[in-house]
Design a protein around this ligand. Structure first.
Ligand SMILES: [Mg+2]
Length: 242
């Protein structure tokens, strides 16, 4: 881990999947897509459903209109592709998250140091943000948070598709987070396992901590970080903050 002159941080941003939560992301996504598409049997052919889901998600991630939240950006594309109005789709999606999504917890487990990270931030009175990519609805994020052994009350802000207007790796996502918590980006430390989506926070002036227990390397990109180590190392680091 690089030891640079320690800064005082006014806020800590931490990623969820692969950072605070141990997750087998590939298996989880396969099972997620399979279970969700099964709920649309009879309405949309499975293969088409999956294609449209990925297309709408990709366009939501690319959305750069600050007036359109991620949920709206997603459904504006997804509904016409599926050929169903939102009032038909929404109850199926809600039913899926209530009844099927909990079974996907088999792909996630607690990351040992996660609770201590939350407790440390709280003891030091440093605002803590669950800076998870807001491509999921609130219920899916709160459920995954519970798989990590954590609660919504542990965080000052949780980013979800309903409340955010940008997704990672758009640097605007990090500016929006900083704005919401009223903290200059230069005083924030972003920690996460993704060499693109999390480390891009540096582009708006945030410091970064690459949490490498479940490092997610992206091909073809050069990445830089201010600190690097396991979640245990991150915990040890934030314990030294004033
Ligand atoms: Mg991650």
């Amino acid at each position: 881990m690089i030891d640079k002159n320690k800064k005082q941080y006014e806020a800590l941003l931490v990623d969820l999947d692969g950072t605070l939560l141990n997750i087998d992301l590939d298996s989880f996504i396969l099972a997620y897509v399979d279970a969700l598409s099964s709920r649309f049997t009879g309405l949309v052919e499975k293969e088409n459903f999956i294609r449209h889901l990925f297309t709408a998600t990709a366009l939501m991630v690319e959305n750069s209109d600050p007036a359109v939240n991620n949920e709206k950006a997603f459904y504006e594309v997804f509904c016409p592709l599926i050929g169903q109005p939102l009032e038909n789709i929404k109850p199926i999606i809600d039913h899926f998250y209530k009844n099927d999504f909990p079974a996907l917890s088999c792909w996630g487990s607690e990351q040992k140091a996660a609770k201590a990270v939350v407790e440390t931030a709280k003891a030091k009175k440093i605002p803590l943000v669950l800076a998870t990519n807001p491509i999921f609805p609130s219920t899916a994020t709160l459920q995954r948070l519970a798989w990590a052994g954590l609660k919504a009350e542990d965080f000052d802000l949780i980013t979800t598709m309903e409340t955010m207007h940008f997704c990672k790796p758009n640097p605007q996502y990090y500016l929006e987070v900083a704005g919401k918590i009223g903290c200059p980006p230069e005083s924030c430390l972003m920690a996460g396992n993704d060499t693109l989506e999390d480390l891009v926070a540096a582009e708006v002036g945030m410091d970064t901590f690459l949490v490498d227990d479940c490092i997610l390397l992206r091909s073809g990109i050069k990445y830089v970080y201010d600190y690097r180590g396991s979640l245990e190392d991150y915990l040890a680091f934030i314990r030294t903050l004033d």
